[in-house]
Design a binder for this molecule. Structure first.
Ligand SMILES: [Fe+2]
Length: 268
């Protein structure tokens, strides 16, 4: 399975355009939260309408999986906690979103909501316990906040990760967790786009302005994950231990070339 993961597009339409342009080259496209931008001058209801149009167009060319981030919460749940109701506005749209899992060719992918309080958090615990019963070759989680005390949640002065997620990772040992949220992690000293907790690979692509967005390409058959950013490109092999410094990606691998890949972003 070939997967493209981005997060934190924050209503950047050039970034949505870029994702749309290359989406058909991937079996799965993951938008790991913060699709909308709270501080935008554009009303978030209007943002949601525009972004849902992108979802439709992406859905027409690939499998689309989307989790909510803290910028995406638009409505109170009956519990009083905020949820991203607009994400699930059309249950039959074929998009896998908060609270759902899908199995694709032996790869189970579970999409977790942003939790705004103990009820949603408890819902994730139930969701993971249920999903854990399914047969799978690989298990991938999509969860906007990265794990706490990880280079993927390091902001330069402190961590901004989710301690609960660390417990869930240790309990269920997923193979891969795709997150976002802490924009600067890959770009600050002691931060990174990749980490390992036990045998679980954890990723946070980070955030940059303009197109292309920072992004991660994973091919589960090739066993590689590549990170692309304006500050440089790196890669890891999923079957090898994590080594730091993480290896630079000097050239596009042959397996990706065959898929008519996006051009390498210019080095800063
Ligand atoms: Fe964000």
């Amino acid at each position: 399975m070939r997967l493209l993961a981005v997060a934190d597009l924050h209503y950047s339409l050039p970034q949505f355009d870029w994702v749309l342009e290359i989406a058909a080259d991937f079996d799965v496209v993951v938008l790991a939260g913060d699709l909308l931008e709270l501080a935008s001058i554009v009303d978030r209801r209007a943002q949601a309408v525009v972004v849902r149009k992108y979802f439709e167009r992406l859905r027409a060319v690939t499998r689309l999986l989307i989790c909510s981030g803290n910028h995406d919460l638009d409505a109170p749940h009956e519990s009083g906690e905020k949820v991203a109701k607009w994400l699930a506005a059309s249950p039959d749209d074929g998009i896998i979103t908060d609270g759902e899992s899908i199995e694709l060719d032996g790869v189970l992918i579970t999409v977790c909501p942003w939790w705004d309080g103990p009820i949603t958090r408890a819902g994730i615990a139930v969701q993971l316990a249920e999903a854990a019963k399914a047969e799978r070759r690989l298990w991938i989680w999509i969860h906007h906040a990265p794990p706490d005390k990880s280079p993927t949640s390091w902001g330069g002065a402190r961590h901004f990760g989710d301690a609960e997620l660390v417990q869930w990772i240790m309990q269920y040992k997923p193979d891969i967790v795709l997150s976002g949220h802490v924009h600067q992690s890959p770009f600050v000293k002691d931060g990174s786009w990749v980490d390992r907790i036990g045998n679980t690979w954890v990723f946070n692509a980070g955030q940059q302005f303009g197109a292309p967005p920072t992004h991660i390409i994973i091919d589960t058959d090739e066993g590689e994950a590549l990170w692309f950013s304006s500050a440089g490109n790196q890669f890891i092999r999923l079957r090898d231990p994590l080594e730091r410094p993480v290896a630079k990606l000097e050239a596009i691998p042959d397996w990706l070339k065959a898929a008519d890949p996006p051009p390498l972003p210019e080095q800063a």
